[in-house]
Design a protein around this ligand. Structure first.
Ligand code: C5P
Length: 403
């Protein structure tokens, strides 16, 4: 299953063509087809003869893949070998060792290899094979050649493979193939930018087992991190304790407490172009418990909380010319006035504010309703939207308004 925060709805009408080759992983190309179709991306497919031993073209057709190609000479004289000229990306998944070799050497001895040779757009390849075939010198060489030629290479995973061997050779996780394909379909307007994000809650431990925290799932920050990476940025995410997958193209620094998050962000931020602070940081921390674990007793427990560093205010205060900071504000009342105050007080370029007590906005929902304000006095209130869409729009705003 592709995680919900990977499902960006900005690719309507794009076309992806799948090349499916003869591996036991061929059935996974059906799930990939469904995932693209779910975003209203048109999917076509070409199955090699050996792929059709594992899956049928009927399965792809039944899901809605169109056009579908199998046999070079199926319809007599035609130009199928020059298709799919209009696709926005050509994804070979799974790719066998044989297909990699054909591609690396420019062979054109079946329909898929002809089409790949003739295709002028971005090609992605996700191999699947036995680990010994993967590590064979010939395959290593072909892999290098494809990289030099600009093919987007999605490394296979390590683990056990169908024949019982263990090693590198399993098809990469579908969500990786999916997200790398979306990147190939995305505008690259953030290429060359370095973006750091903080996301998720922080945990402030009372003792070894109990902590003070909040229900943030980190979804908004993850959507922003993925959207920036899709658009070509180099992204580092400082993540509080969240149970949220992020694509491999995002560097992840996991932390637990606000102080750890502060230290990580402080070290990374000076080299960044943009800092985006979505984390729901605990503003206070309880004192450390000497005992390791609080013991029950009749007496009430009284603790004095210490203030935590304000990561955003501190780093934004140290901003160098050209650096941009984006803050978030979850407000129970006076959304606009409080957000405007934070924009000013924390020296931000942009603030994104949402109400905390509204259904479909804020913590642990896939949607949000936000008010966006920037330092130039521009202000927009957006309707309730998926967090993926809000993330995309925030980067549109930043891209349009910063050099
Ligand atoms: O002041 P308030 O907590 O409402 O500000 C929210 C913004 O400040 C968010 O962007 C949040 O990530 C950031 N923040 C922070 N460190 C804190 C508290 C908030 O970075 N200790």
């Amino acid at each position: 299953m592709i995680p919900a925060h990977y499902l960006f709805d900005t690719f309507h009408g794009k076309r992806v063509h799948l090349g499916v080759t003869g591996s036991i992983a061929a059935y996974k190309a059906l799930d990939l087809t469904r995932a693209f179709l779910r975003l209203n991306i048109q999917v076509g497919a070409t199955l090699t003869e050996s792929a059709r031993r594992f899956v049928t073209d009927l399965s792809f057709g039944a899901l809605g893949a169109d056009p579908l190609f199998t046999d070079m000479f199926a319809a007599g004289m035609n130009y199928d070998h020059l298709e799919p000229a209009v696709a926005d990306a050509f994804v070979v998944a799974p790719a066998t060792a044989n297909t990699l070799a054909r591609m690396a050497n420019g062979l054109a001895d079946d329909l898929l290899s002809c089409q790949l040779l003739a295709y002028p757009g971005p090609v992605l390849v996700a191999p699947a094979m036995n680990p010994r075939m993967w590590s064979a010198p010939a395959t290593r060489h072909n892999w290098e050649v494809l990289g030099q030629r600009g093919v987007v290479r999605i490394e296979p995973d390590c683990g056990s493979v169908a024949c019982g061997d263990t090693g590198q050779g399993r098809l990469a996780p579908l969500e990786e193939i999916f997200i790398r394909t979306l990147a190939a379909l995305s505008p690259q307007d953030m290429r060359g930018k370095k973006v750091m994000l903080t996301l998720g809650p922080t945990r402030e431990y009372f003792d070894r087992v109990r902590f003070w925290s909040n229900p943030s799932t980190g979804t908004m920050g993850a959507c922003l991190a993925i959207a920036a990476a899709l658009r070509g940025a180099e992204v580092t995410a400082v993540t509080g304790p969240v149970d949220l997958p992020l694509p491999a193209m995002i560097r992840r620094i996991p932390v637990v407490s606000a102080r750890e998050m502060f230290e990580a962000a402080r070290d990374v931020f000076p080299s960044q172009d943009i800092g985006c602070f979505t984390a729901a940081v605990a503003d206070f921390r309880p004192p450390a418990c000497e005992l390791g674990k609080f013991k029950k007793g009749g007496a009430p427990l009284a603790l004095t909380f210490e203030p935590n560093p304000d990561i955003l205010a501190t780093l934004s205060g140290r901003k160098k010319p050209g650096q941009v900071t984006v803050g978030f504000a979850a407000e129970a009342q006076d959304l606009e006035r409080n957000a405007a105050g934070k924009l000013e007080r924390k020296n931000l370029d942009l603030i994104v504010a949402n109400p905390v007590d509204e259904a479909g906005a804020g913590f642990a929902t896939p949607t949000n309703r936000v008010l966006v304000m920037d330092r130039h006095g521009r202000r927009e209130s957006w309707p309730q939207l998926p967090k993926t869409e809000i993330a995309w729009r925030i980067w549109d705003w930043i891209s349009m308004n910063t050099p």
